[in-house]
Write a protein that binds this ligand. Structure first.
Ligand SMILES: [Zn+2]
Ligand SMILES: [Zn+2]
Length: 308
């Protein structure tokens, strides 16, 4: 590895798109400046606002919380115990160690206590791909918690995630999704503002900063994970960056600038869930439907009568 472009120290990373290497100190500065740029460019967050990060134990969310803390934001971690027993415990340990080390307040939320049902229970009663159900449930729960705390919700999505999602949306020409893909979703009634502070940084850069900071993500794999369906899009996103260094950043920032005029939105009627008020295209949101299914199957639903 050559020397740092900004000082004479040994560099820890080679940024192909910028044709320069950076030492630990300067890479950390560069990393935080990109987060800062994303926050101000897309008007994500003010210093006076509270921001919550859902900490799964994975590197992306941990690095998100670290960056926000380092930039002086009022950040709080939330760990959701989805009910996976061993896996949840291992994830919690990683989150707890991290938060203590970086002095970030955090809360552990138990799905069973707070929502009366766990993810394995929902999976047992609903025919749904495990990762998609789990992802939906996490979004649902984190939204509720952010609202309760009167906070903004930050997620660990990075540039490589965004490009891979963009590829998926392009390949299927999903206008509606393309138009809605954004590093910030403004707050609305019943919905907290959602932001992606790492959206201008590639996965490699996040892996590198986690390595430098010795952030230790959970090693165990989710017991229900059967390999992400987005795997091919991710591979493609990586390949694009390999062939054209810097293309991800240019494509993403240009896309965000132009998407309004290119992908004009159709009028979609978004309703509110009749049970809980969450935004949905149906009368009852997925979460409430899945929960009802589970209650029905486990004989909890009072209205279900066997006498008729
Ligand atoms: Zn340096
Ligand atoms: Zn609902």
């Amino acid at each position: 590895m050559p020397k740092c472009k900004l000082c004479s120290a040994q560099s820890v990373i080679w940024l192909r798109d910028q044709n320069r290497g950076l030492c630990q100190k300067h890479f950390e500065e560069y990393f935080l400046s990109r987060v800062k740029r994303a926050i101000s460019k897309y008007k994500m967050l003010k210093k006076s606002e509270k921001v919550v990060v859902g900490l799964s134990g994975g590197k992306d969310s941990l690095v998100t919380a670290w960056s926000l803390k380092k930039l002086g934001y009022n950040v709080e971690g939330v760990f959701i115990d989805l009910g996976f027993k061993h896996y949840s415990e291992a994830s919690f340990k990683a989150v707890e160690n991290f938060c203590k080390r970086f002095n970030i307040p955090f809360e552990r939320v138990d799905m069973k206590n707070k929502f009366g049902v766990t993810v394995p229970e929902l999976l047992s009663a609903n025919r749904r791909k495990s990762c998609s159900l789990c992802g939906s449930v996490k979004r649902y729960v984190l939204n509720k918690i952010a609202l309760e705390k009167n906070a903004i919700l930050a997620t660990g999505h990075h540039l490589s995630d965004e490009i891979s999602q963009l590829i998926g949306n392009f390949l299927n020409l999903q206008h509606e999704y393309l138009w809605r893909q954004s590093p910030i979703l403004p707050e609305e009634e019943g919905m907290a503002r959602k932001i992606k502070p790492l959206c201008l940084l590639r996965e490699e850069e996040i892996e590198k900063i986690a390595e430098i900071l010795q952030i230790q993500p959970v090693r165990e794999k989710c017991p229900f994970s059967k390999g992400a369906t987005t795997f091919k899009n991710r591979k493609l996103a990586k390949e694009i960056e390999n062939i054209f260094p810097g293309a991800s950043y240019r494509l993403y920032t240009q896309f965000l600038e132009k998407k309004e005029e290119i992908f004009k939105p159709h009028e979609v009627e978004l309703k509110r869930c009749k049970i809980c008020g969450y935004k949905t295209i149906l009368d009852i949101c997925n979460f409430c439907r899945w929960k009802m299914k589970w209650e029905e199957k486990s004989g909890k639903l009072k209205v279900k009568s066997h006498n008729i």
